[in-house]
Design a protein around this ligand. Sequence first.
Ligand SMILES: *[C@@H]1O[C@H](CO)[C@@H](O)[C@H](O)[C@H]1NC(C)=O
Ligand SMILES: *[C@@H]1O[C@H](CO)[C@@H](O)[C@H](O)[C@H]1NC(C)=O
Ligand SMILES: *[C@@H]1O[C@H](CO)[C@@H](O)[C@H](O)[C@H]1NC(C)=O
Ligand SMILES: *[C@@H]1O[C@H](CO)[C@@H](O)[C@H](O)[C@H]1NC(C)=O
Ligand SMILES: *[C@@H]1O[C@H](CO)[C@@H](O)[C@H](O)[C@H]1NC(C)=O
Ligand SMILES: *[C@@H]1O[C@H](CO)[C@@H](O)[C@H](O)[C@H]1NC(C)=O
Ligand SMILES: *[C@@H]1O[C@H](CO)[C@@H](O)[C@H](O)[C@H]1NC(C)=O
Ligand SMILES: *[C@@H]1O[C@H](CO)[C@@H](O)[C@H](O)[C@H]1NC(C)=O
Length: 838
Amino acid sequence: MEFEYEREMEKPTISLLILIFSLLFSLASANIPLGTTLTPLGYPTNLTSPNATFTLGFIPIPSTNSPSFAAAISYSGIPVWKAGGDSGTVDSNGALQFLQSGNLNLVSGNGSVIWESGTANRGITTATLDDSGNLSLKNGSDTIWSTFNNPTDTILPTQNFTTGIVLQSGVYSFNLLSMGNLTLTWNNSIVYWNQPLNSSFSNLTSPTLNIQSIGTVTVNDPSFSGPAIMAYSSDYGEGTDVLRFLKLDSDGNFRIYSSAMGSGVDIERWAAVEDQCRVFGYCGNMGICGYNDTAPVCGCPSQNFAFVDPNDSRKGCQRKVALDSCLNGSTMLQLDYTQFLTYSSELTSQVFRAAISSCPAICLEEQSCMGSTSLDDGTGQCYIKVSNFISGYESPALPSTSFVKVCSPGIPNSPLSQGASGTTAWKVPPWVVLIVVAVTLVGFGLLEGGLWWWCCRNGQKFGRLSTQYALLEYASGAPVQFLFKELRRATKEFKEKLGAGGFGTVYKGILANKTVVAVKQLEGIEQGEKQFRMEVATISSTHHLNLVRLIGFCSEGRRRLLVYEFMKNGSLDSFLFASEDPSGKLLDWEARFNIALGTARGITYLHEECRDCIVHCDIKPENILLDDNYNAKVSDFGLAKLLNSKEHKYRTLTSVRGTRGYLAPEWLANLPITSKSDVYSYGMVLLEIVSGRRNFEVSEDTGRKKFSLWAYEEFDRGNMESIVDKRLTEHGMDLEQVIRAIQVSFWCIQEQPSQRPVMGKVVQMLEGTIATEKPPAPKATAQGSMNDTSMNVSSTVSAVSTFATSAPVASSYSSFQAMGVSSSLSGSYIERTTSSQV
Ligand SMILES: *[C@@H]1O[C@H](CO)[C@@H](O)[C@H](O)[C@H]1NC(C)=O
Ligand SMILES: *[C@@H]1O[C@H](CO)[C@@H](O)[C@H](O)[C@H]1NC(C)=O
Ligand SMILES: *[C@@H]1O[C@H](CO)[C@@H](O)[C@H](O)[C@H]1NC(C)=O
Ligand SMILES: *[C@@H]1O[C@H](CO)[C@@H](O)[C@H](O)[C@H]1NC(C)=O
Ligand SMILES: *[C@@H]1O[C@H](CO)[C@@H](O)[C@H](O)[C@H]1NC(C)=O
Ligand SMILES: *[C@@H]1O[C@H](CO)[C@@H](O)[C@H](O)[C@H]1NC(C)=O
Ligand SMILES: *[C@@H]1O[C@H](CO)[C@@H](O)[C@H](O)[C@H]1NC(C)=O
Ligand SMILES: *[C@@H]1O[C@H](CO)[C@@H](O)[C@H](O)[C@H]1NC(C)=O
């Protein structure tokens, strides 16, 4: 960038001196004097805020034609404000001028003003860029204009976003309403997201939206006693030197991002519209949004349409033949599992009750109607789309059928070319089809004959063929898809029940190759086939020595089953708690320590090492299974929320998941759940491994205190032996290991998540590869609040099982709801010792 001082000076030397002085001055203090001009290609590069956190200067904008630039305030290269917003781009001859009049202008190469601050002749004397990223134009110390009050698409910490200010990104806008609602609007007309304030906040006078640097989005008002929290970023409270900001993206979603200082990388931590396809108009007019395995994809309703811009499917679709030029009249083409998105402003005039067959008929009659949607959810509702903008959503999980008006004949998308249907209409001569079909048939015939011969030679029954394929797949590590009848046979008609829970039952089964498995039959799962498969793929791709392995699944019609490896020794709880199972086998210290370490390694893998990071949410002895050699295998992972997904939303949908006694205090305080919540639960389990009794047990010998609290006091006094399982002391044990384990457990159950170590560190502390300091007291308040949630938890446990304590592959399907399977499922488990809880 270049500064040009347009001042007239009598003496060139003075002019030069002033230039150098001003340059140094402006770089050091970010006070920008009147007359400063920045250009895209020049020197020096940027104006920076005093501690160099933010810079003002031109940044290149990706563009297909000539080089384009925008004048922006950036944080490590991430723009947080742009002069002129979306339309503020100039070529390399453009400039940002801070005129003597006090106006800040963005001018293009040909001299036309693209954007101005409108502050001419208002006594502006200086401009400053401060360390919070605010560029303000001032008369002395009065701020006349600032980027915080004139944002483009981003809100920074300390920025006050009030009613009347708008964030804009393309056709989308974000507003704070005077009643405190946060809204996202398409083309200033359709509100597709509205988050109202909790009703306990009312009578607002002048609400302000902020993002706090720790990662909460709040609305405050002079009439409130404290701010209302509207959203949490998933990395809430973690890390230092992280900038968290809110941004309205060009895809119409509103997100929290966090960016580590100097990294230049921003990571999504929360999104307002969880399901991107529900953003109105995401795929443009007549565009249909759907998902491939990873991302939303835009397609056209049928082959009667083509993309407006073949290079950008988000620009929407257009008819190949206009409706008023149809040669053979028009017809309604059926689109299964498709919905034309409808929002409240349209609802009053466009919704009917109609049989599914008459819904398209109504539309066909009505000239202005372009399409209709029938909900298959039992309401019989029929939506008629008369607006000339239609935004569609297609998903196997949508209980909805839509009809689009097209010129006869309607040509549906072929399933294979979906997503690009508008452009790829393959024309294949019929004779080619005939030959291909014939060759394929002969090929299949030969193949089947060969297989049949092979099977019979090996003495196998023909009916087992698909299992044979399945086992080949199993060997390759991919999840095996089983037929329902195979699993029925494997479990002998679901005869040997291992346990039952609110979401289904677990049965022991033996596959055709004699592998013993545990088969979970999920009940009431409404999830679409595609999504279910995606989740199964994630879980089964997570392999670790200390994680129970998912072998396969079955998804047939409404049936959903999961097949896990069978763990002969059952779950850890049956070996730990003498009071619950006096006949239980005793594990010596060495075995216990190995189980503790293995469990920690398994969880570390979930948190830190695998592709999609997973927070388990329900770590407890019942979910730690033991194989033949007493190696720990964590079960039920991956059904819970994925770390980077919109986890906080789920908790409000459902109630507290996880198990009382192992729940971190943040569950109860309604704070965000992070991997640190698993660390807490692990700490509780670790203490139980050492002590051999439930932490929430209250007894006379612990002075009627919760064991975990009493244990810390004893530890503090140096009475280690009173904590350790009495049954153990007779056997030889490594005292150093015991002390390490006790210390680590107290570190893990710290009330403040930030005080708890990450799981990787827990492993190192246990191994003794890093030193463990003496832990501070885990605060008592966490335990005190257990009582308060009992109602919350127990309200969801009507169908709770004994399954958690007895099944080899234990318990909660709760996690499925975390992935949006069904918000009506409730997911809490309580041990059979519920009554003994505080
Ligand atoms: C700038 O501020 C001074 C002092 O507050 C005031 O007297 C002056 O009128 C202001 N200038 C303009 C143009 O508003
Ligand atoms: C710069 O200042 C801001 C605001 O005072 C502060 O939050 C930030 O940590 C500082 N950054 C550096 C690198 O000192
Ligand atoms: C935001 O509002 C608060 C409270 O009204 C005020 O103290 C603060 O200075 C404001 N911040 C900015 C950048 O204007
Ligand atoms: C947005 O609204 C304006 C009028 O408010 C209308 O002219 C325009 O066509 C709309 N844009 C789209 C894409 O429908
Ligand atoms: C705010 O949200 C509530 C609840 O959805 C709604 O009833 C109300 O109309 C909204 N307020 C405005 C001004 O849109
Ligand atoms: C509103 O918030 C209060 C406290 O923040 C909470 O107790 C109450 O349940 C909330 N009400 C609703 C309707 O969410
Ligand atoms: C809000 O204002 C209404 C009318 O002035 C009053 O009846 C109501 O009690 C007020 N609510 C609160 C929470 O202050
Ligand atoms: C899904 O679509 C996105 C965006 O079009 C693309 O980048 C990605 O490769 C696609 N993934 C698969 C598995 O097709």
